[in-house]
Ligand binder design. Structure first.
Ligand SMILES: CC(C)(COP(=O)(O)OP(=O)(O)OC[C@H]1O[C@@H](n2cnc3c(N)ncnc32)[C@H](O)[C@@H]1OP(=O)(O)O)[C@@H](O)C(=O)NCCC(=O)NCCS
Length: 135
């Protein structure tokens, strides 16, 4: 049985590093403003499987560092937490949500109504596109 709860920033770091940036030094996955964010974790049988970090500015929510442990991907955990964070952001008074999506994840976000923009970038070997949707 899975559940989602708010977790302290440090609990996201191991999964961020393992799933998203295994080639970088561990410290590089720590965001300077991690303490300003809200961090959500999805647990199944008390094992932390998916993490995502939220940063609110006025009525806009940005989510970052969204990652599911590799061996648990494609089982619906990411969709579960994404659905949760859409509701959460709305309840927090946000009217807009966005992310810097890796190219490899854009189809996934499209399924949830996110629209790609012309804001693209390249960093750490990955291509990114800002994707957004109204809430
Ligand atoms: C993006 C990411 C967080 C999604 O998490 P996830 O737990 O795999 O998400 P889901 O299982 O809900 O969905 C992933 C895919 O599996 C599919 N899926 C979901 N449940 C499934 C099931 N039971 N059987 C088969 N496929 C399934 C989804 O339709 C989705 O397909 P799509 O990518 O073609 O749209 C995860 O792939 C990840 O950590 N990737 C590496 C890091 C990364 O790129 N993060 C995003 C940065 S922007």
């Amino acid at each position: 049985m899975s559940h989602i709860e708010q977790i302290p920033p440090y609990l996201t770091w191991k999964i961020r590093h393992k799933v998203m940036y295994p080639e970088l030094d561990f410290e590089k996955v720590i965001l300077p403003n991690d303490d300003d964010g809200v961090h959500l974790g999805l647990f199944d049988e008390n094992k932390l499987i998916t993490v995502v970090s939220l940063f609110k500015t006025d009525t806009s929510m940005q989510f970052r560092k969204f990652a599911t442990l590799s061996e648990y991907q494609h089982k619906g955990y990411g969709s579960e937490i994404l659905q949760y964070l859409l509701e959460y952001s709305k309840n927090e008074g946000c009217d807009h949500i966005w992310c810097n999506a890796r190219r490899s994840a854009t189809a996934f976000y499209s399924k949830f109504g996110f629209i790609g923009t012309d804001k693209t970038s390249f960093a750490n070997g990955h291509e990114y596109m800002v994707m957004e949707r109204a809430l």
